[in-house]
Design a protein around this ligand. Sequence first.
Ligand code: GLU
Length: 292
Amino acid sequence: MPPVFRFAPSPNGLLHLGHAYSALLNFDSARAAGGRLLLRIEDIDTARCKPEFEVALLEDLAWLGIAWETPIRRQSEHLALYRQALQRLQALGLIYPSFESRGEIARLVAGREAEAPWPRDPDGAPLYPGMAKQLAADERARLIELGTPYALRLDIAAALEKVGDLSWTELGEGPLGETGEVTADPQAWGDAILARKETPTSYHLSVVIDDALQGVTDVVRGRDLFWSTSLHRLLQELLGLPRPVYRHHGLLRDPAGRKLSKSTAATGLRELRAQGVTPTEVRAMVGLPYLA
Ligand code: GLU
Protein backbone atom coordinates (compact mmCIF):
# COMPACT_ATOMS: atom_id res chain seq x y z
CA MET A 1 0.00 0.00 0.00
CA PRO A 2 1.46 3.40 -0.90
CA PRO A 3 1.92 5.80 2.03
CA VAL A 4 -0.72 8.49 2.45
CA PHE A 5 0.23 12.07 3.35
CA ARG A 6 -2.05 15.01 3.98
CA PHE A 7 -1.87 18.77 4.20
CA ALA A 8 -4.59 20.10 6.52
CA PRO A 9 -4.87 23.90 6.50
CA SER A 10 -7.52 25.94 8.29
CA PRO A 11 -9.13 28.52 5.98
CA ASN A 12 -8.98 31.32 8.55
CA GLY A 13 -6.55 33.53 6.65
CA LEU A 14 -4.23 33.62 3.67
CA LEU A 15 -1.32 31.22 3.33
CA HIS A 16 2.22 32.37 4.07
CA LEU A 17 5.67 30.92 3.50
CA GLY A 18 5.33 28.65 6.53
CA HIS A 19 2.28 26.98 4.99
CA ALA A 20 4.06 26.74 1.65
CA TYR A 21 6.93 24.95 3.39
CA SER A 22 4.61 22.46 5.11
CA ALA A 23 2.53 21.83 1.98
CA LEU A 24 5.60 21.41 -0.26
CA LEU A 25 7.25 19.09 2.26
CA ASN A 26 4.15 16.90 2.23
CA PHE A 27 3.99 16.99 -1.56
CA ASP A 28 7.68 16.21 -2.00
CA SER A 29 7.58 13.43 0.63
CA ALA A 30 4.56 11.81 -1.02
CA ARG A 31 6.27 11.98 -4.39
CA ALA A 32 9.57 10.62 -3.13
CA ALA A 33 7.79 7.70 -1.43
CA GLY A 34 5.50 6.94 -4.37
CA GLY A 35 2.63 7.88 -2.05
CA ARG A 36 -0.61 9.86 -2.19
CA LEU A 37 -1.26 13.41 -1.06
CA LEU A 38 -4.65 14.40 0.37
CA LEU A 39 -5.89 17.86 1.19
CA ARG A 40 -8.14 18.41 4.17
CA ILE A 41 -9.83 21.67 5.01
CA GLU A 42 -9.99 22.05 8.79
CA ASP A 43 -12.92 24.43 9.01
CA ILE A 44 -14.77 23.51 12.20
CA ASP A 45 -14.23 26.97 13.66
CA THR A 46 -17.07 28.59 11.73
CA ALA A 47 -16.49 31.98 13.33
CA ARG A 48 -12.98 32.28 11.86
CA CYS A 49 -13.03 30.09 8.73
CA LYS A 50 -14.36 31.64 5.53
CA PRO A 51 -15.11 30.06 2.11
CA GLU A 52 -13.12 32.83 0.39
CA PHE A 53 -10.00 31.78 2.30
CA GLU A 54 -10.52 28.23 1.09
CA VAL A 55 -10.79 29.43 -2.52
CA ALA A 56 -7.61 31.46 -2.04
CA LEU A 57 -5.64 28.64 -0.46
CA LEU A 58 -6.56 26.17 -3.20
CA GLU A 59 -5.39 28.68 -5.77
CA ASP A 60 -2.15 29.37 -3.89
CA LEU A 61 -1.38 25.66 -3.50
CA ALA A 62 -2.02 25.02 -7.20
CA TRP A 63 0.21 27.99 -8.06
CA LEU A 64 2.99 26.41 -5.99
CA GLY A 65 2.72 23.35 -8.25
CA ILE A 66 1.15 21.10 -5.63
CA ALA A 67 -1.29 18.44 -6.83
CA TRP A 68 -3.65 16.62 -4.46
CA GLU A 69 -6.31 13.98 -4.76
CA THR A 70 -9.97 14.90 -5.00
CA PRO A 71 -12.49 15.10 -3.47
CA ILE A 72 -11.15 17.40 -0.79
CA ARG A 73 -12.38 16.59 2.69
CA ARG A 74 -14.01 19.45 4.59
CA GLN A 75 -14.39 18.86 8.30
CA SER A 76 -17.52 21.02 8.51
CA GLU A 77 -19.30 18.42 6.36
CA HIS A 78 -18.67 15.59 8.82
CA LEU A 79 -19.86 16.89 12.15
CA ALA A 80 -22.20 13.89 12.65
CA LEU A 81 -19.21 11.60 12.52
CA TYR A 82 -17.29 13.50 15.18
CA ARG A 83 -20.43 13.53 17.32
CA GLN A 84 -20.54 9.72 17.08
CA ALA A 85 -16.93 9.42 18.25
CA LEU A 86 -17.70 11.76 21.13
CA GLN A 87 -20.66 9.57 22.06
CA ARG A 88 -18.37 6.55 22.15
CA LEU A 89 -16.10 8.33 24.60
CA GLN A 90 -19.17 9.41 26.56
CA ALA A 91 -20.37 5.80 26.70
CA LEU A 92 -16.97 4.88 28.16
CA GLY A 93 -17.61 7.41 30.93
CA LEU A 94 -14.72 9.61 29.81
CA ILE A 95 -16.51 12.89 29.05
CA TYR A 96 -18.06 15.46 31.38
CA PRO A 97 -19.50 18.94 30.81
CA SER A 98 -17.98 22.00 32.49
CA PHE A 99 -19.94 25.21 32.67
CA GLU A 100 -17.46 27.93 33.62
CA SER A 101 -16.97 30.74 31.12
CA ARG A 102 -13.44 31.63 29.95
CA GLY A 103 -13.51 34.63 32.31
CA GLU A 104 -14.49 32.46 35.28
CA ILE A 105 -11.68 30.04 34.49
CA ALA A 106 -9.20 32.92 34.27
CA ARG A 107 -10.34 34.15 37.70
CA LEU A 108 -10.11 30.66 39.20
CA VAL A 109 -6.58 30.27 37.85
CA ALA A 110 -5.57 33.73 39.10
CA GLY A 111 -6.86 32.72 42.55
CA ARG A 112 -4.80 29.51 42.54
CA GLU A 113 -1.75 31.32 41.23
CA ALA A 114 -1.83 33.66 44.19
CA GLU A 115 -0.55 30.62 46.13
CA ALA A 116 1.63 28.71 43.66
CA PRO A 117 2.22 28.55 39.91
CA TRP A 118 -0.65 26.74 38.21
CA PRO A 119 0.26 24.12 35.58
CA ARG A 120 -0.18 25.00 31.89
CA ASP A 121 -0.76 22.75 28.90
CA PRO A 122 1.78 22.55 26.05
CA ASP A 123 0.01 25.47 24.32
CA GLY A 124 0.48 27.59 27.43
CA ALA A 125 -3.17 27.54 28.55
CA PRO A 126 -3.83 26.80 32.23
CA LEU A 127 -5.04 23.29 32.96
CA TYR A 128 -8.73 23.17 33.82
CA PRO A 129 -8.98 24.25 37.46
CA GLY A 130 -12.72 23.68 37.92
CA MET A 131 -14.73 21.15 39.82
CA ALA A 132 -17.32 20.26 37.17
CA LYS A 133 -16.21 16.62 37.19
CA GLN A 134 -17.69 16.38 40.68
CA LEU A 135 -21.10 17.84 39.76
CA ALA A 136 -24.01 15.52 40.47
CA ALA A 137 -25.88 14.19 37.44
CA ASP A 138 -29.06 16.11 38.30
CA GLU A 139 -27.14 19.38 38.66
CA ARG A 140 -25.54 18.83 35.24
CA ALA A 141 -28.92 18.07 33.74
CA ARG A 142 -30.38 21.21 35.35
CA LEU A 143 -27.64 23.48 33.98
CA ILE A 144 -27.98 21.98 30.49
CA GLU A 145 -31.76 22.34 30.68
CA LEU A 146 -31.29 26.02 31.56
CA GLY A 147 -29.34 26.47 28.33
CA THR A 148 -26.03 27.21 30.07
CA PRO A 149 -23.10 27.07 27.60
CA TYR A 150 -20.70 24.21 28.30
CA ALA A 151 -17.53 22.52 27.16
CA LEU A 152 -17.22 18.74 26.98
CA ARG A 153 -13.97 17.65 28.58
CA LEU A 154 -11.97 14.46 28.54
CA ASP A 155 -11.61 13.02 32.03
CA ILE A 156 -7.90 12.45 31.63
CA ALA A 157 -7.47 10.42 34.83
CA ALA A 158 -10.22 8.00 33.78
CA ALA A 159 -8.93 7.88 30.20
CA LEU A 160 -5.39 7.01 31.30
CA GLU A 161 -6.73 4.10 33.33
CA LYS A 162 -8.00 2.54 30.11
CA VAL A 163 -4.71 2.59 28.20
CA GLY A 164 -1.13 1.50 28.77
CA ASP A 165 1.97 3.56 28.06
CA LEU A 166 1.68 5.45 24.79
CA SER A 167 4.32 6.58 22.35
CA TRP A 168 4.70 7.57 18.74
CA THR A 169 7.31 7.23 16.04
CA GLU A 170 8.82 10.63 15.33
CA LEU A 171 10.72 10.96 12.08
CA GLY A 172 11.28 14.67 12.60
CA GLU A 173 12.07 16.44 15.84
CA GLY A 174 10.38 17.95 18.85
CA PRO A 175 11.25 21.31 20.44
CA LEU A 176 14.13 19.74 22.41
CA GLY A 177 15.28 17.46 19.62
CA GLU A 178 13.02 14.55 20.67
CA THR A 179 13.03 11.93 17.95
CA GLY A 180 12.57 8.19 17.34
CA GLU A 181 10.09 6.55 19.71
CA VAL A 182 8.74 9.45 21.77
CA THR A 183 6.81 8.80 24.99
CA ALA A 184 3.41 10.48 24.89
CA ASP A 185 2.41 12.65 27.84
CA PRO A 186 -1.35 13.18 27.46
CA GLN A 187 -1.64 14.17 31.11
CA ALA A 188 0.10 17.42 30.22
CA TRP A 189 -3.19 18.52 28.60
CA GLY A 190 -5.31 18.02 31.71
CA ASP A 191 -9.04 17.63 31.09
CA ALA A 192 -8.86 18.93 27.52
CA ILE A 193 -11.93 20.25 25.74
CA LEU A 194 -13.10 17.84 23.01
CA ALA A 195 -16.30 19.65 22.06
CA ARG A 196 -18.56 22.51 23.03
CA LYS A 197 -22.30 22.95 23.27
CA GLU A 198 -22.41 24.54 19.82
CA THR A 199 -19.63 22.49 18.16
CA PRO A 200 -19.61 18.69 18.51
CA THR A 201 -15.85 18.46 18.05
CA SER A 202 -12.47 20.12 18.47
CA TYR A 203 -9.20 20.15 16.54
CA HIS A 204 -7.84 17.21 18.56
CA LEU A 205 -10.88 14.99 18.09
CA SER A 206 -11.50 15.63 14.40
CA VAL A 207 -7.84 15.35 13.41
CA VAL A 208 -7.49 11.79 14.74
CA ILE A 209 -10.78 10.68 13.23
CA ASP A 210 -10.00 12.12 9.82
CA ASP A 211 -6.43 10.83 9.73
CA ALA A 212 -7.78 7.34 10.45
CA LEU A 213 -10.70 7.57 8.03
CA GLN A 214 -8.55 8.89 5.24
CA GLY A 215 -5.97 6.16 5.81
CA VAL A 216 -3.22 8.70 6.55
CA THR A 217 0.03 6.86 7.28
CA ASP A 218 2.41 9.84 7.52
CA VAL A 219 1.57 13.07 9.33
CA VAL A 220 3.97 15.84 8.33
CA ARG A 221 3.20 19.08 10.17
CA GLY A 222 4.70 21.97 12.11
CA ARG A 223 6.59 21.51 15.37
CA ASP A 224 4.02 23.68 17.16
CA LEU A 225 1.79 20.57 17.09
CA PHE A 226 4.47 18.20 18.42
CA TRP A 227 2.98 17.80 21.92
CA SER A 228 -0.57 17.67 20.58
CA THR A 229 0.47 14.24 19.36
CA SER A 230 0.34 13.02 22.98
CA LEU A 231 -3.37 13.69 23.07
CA HIS A 232 -3.84 12.35 19.55
CA ARG A 233 -2.23 9.07 20.54
CA LEU A 234 -4.52 8.80 23.56
CA LEU A 235 -7.65 9.45 21.48
CA GLN A 236 -6.49 6.96 18.83
CA GLU A 237 -6.07 4.33 21.52
CA LEU A 238 -9.43 5.01 23.15
CA LEU A 239 -11.25 4.94 19.81
CA GLY A 240 -9.35 1.95 18.43
CA LEU A 241 -7.79 3.89 15.56
CA PRO A 242 -4.49 3.07 13.84
CA ARG A 243 -1.46 5.25 14.52
CA PRO A 244 0.36 7.03 11.71
CA VAL A 245 4.03 7.98 11.93
CA TYR A 246 4.77 11.64 12.56
CA ARG A 247 7.27 14.06 11.21
CA HIS A 248 7.18 17.46 12.87
CA HIS A 249 9.12 20.08 10.97
CA GLY A 250 10.69 23.33 12.09
CA LEU A 251 8.72 26.57 11.89
CA LEU A 252 9.87 29.35 9.63
CA ARG A 253 10.61 32.64 11.38
CA ASP A 254 10.64 36.19 10.10
CA PRO A 255 13.94 38.11 10.14
CA ALA A 256 13.13 39.31 13.68
CA GLY A 257 12.79 35.68 14.80
CA ARG A 258 9.02 35.75 15.17
CA LYS A 259 6.78 32.89 14.10
CA LEU A 260 5.07 33.71 10.80
CA SER A 261 1.41 34.57 11.16
CA LYS A 262 -1.47 34.79 8.73
CA SER A 263 -1.63 38.54 9.28
CA THR A 264 1.95 39.43 8.30
CA ALA A 265 1.73 40.56 4.71
CA ALA A 266 5.49 40.40 4.11
CA THR A 267 5.54 36.62 3.89
CA GLY A 268 2.10 36.08 2.36
CA LEU A 269 2.10 33.98 -0.80
CA ARG A 270 -0.27 36.42 -2.53
CA GLU A 271 2.00 39.37 -1.85
CA LEU A 272 5.08 37.49 -3.00
CA ARG A 273 3.29 36.45 -6.16
CA ALA A 274 2.17 40.02 -6.82
CA GLN A 275 5.81 41.08 -6.49
CA GLY A 276 6.70 38.63 -9.26
CA VAL A 277 8.22 35.91 -7.06
CA THR A 278 7.95 32.51 -8.79
CA PRO A 279 7.04 29.14 -7.22
CA THR A 280 10.64 28.00 -7.79
CA GLU A 281 11.85 31.02 -5.83
CA VAL A 282 9.38 30.20 -3.03
CA ARG A 283 10.97 26.73 -2.82
CA ALA A 284 14.37 28.32 -2.54
CA MET A 285 13.09 30.78 0.11
CA VAL A 286 11.85 27.95 2.33
CA GLY A 287 14.97 25.87 1.72
CA LEU A 288 13.47 23.11 -0.41
CA PRO A 289 15.08 21.83 -3.60
CA TYR A 290 13.49 22.47 -6.96
CA LEU A 291 11.73 19.33 -8.17
CA ALA A 292 11.73 18.79 -11.92
N1 GLU B 1 -5.26 22.61 10.76
C1 GLU B 1 -4.03 22.70 11.48
C2 GLU B 1 -3.36 24.03 11.19
O1 GLU B 1 -3.70 24.68 10.22
C3 GLU B 1 -3.05 21.60 11.10
C4 GLU B 1 -3.45 20.32 11.69
C5 GLU B 1 -2.50 19.15 11.50
O2 GLU B 1 -1.70 19.15 10.55
O3 GLU B 1 -2.63 18.21 12.27
O4 GLU B 1 -2.49 24.41 11.95
